[in-house]
Design a protein around this ligand. Sequence first.
Ligand SMILES: [Zn+2]
Length: 163
Amino acid sequence: MEQSLREAILVDYARRRPGCGFDGAGSRVTDATAVRSVHRRNPLCGDEVVLRLEVAAGDATITHLRWDGRGCIVSQASAAMLASRAEGMTAAQLQRLSREVHELIVDQSGAPGDIDENDDLATLAGIGRFPLRARCAALAWDALDEAIGRDSAPVTGHDRGPE
Ligand SMILES: [Zn+2]
């Protein structure tokens, strides 16, 4: 992907911030939903990302994912890209996508791997050749891995009162 196009896509996501903000979050939470919240920081760049996602107990579908944060364009755009496609995927599918994104970031050839070169996520390809930027690009996906990887009881989710 052409560098100027990559930059334009990243700036666009960082500006629009799809999925950003927690207004109305949790309105569909039931006893069959686990709610996971993770707050991650990248002190090297000053980036912060908070992810909040709801996972259906039965088939582990991500029914809701919102985020908020601050920091550089790469960190915020990467979180927005995650948020713009997570809902409707299963936890396993999202974990697989996260693995591919992590590989994409550090791929020195800039080859998109399993992610199509026209996919917006391909803008993150090879960003790891700037070591400080790799942490920015991976921040939201690291938060996702932590949120999904947790096997413990949900952090919240039974605090909405009786159905
Ligand atoms: Zn950053």
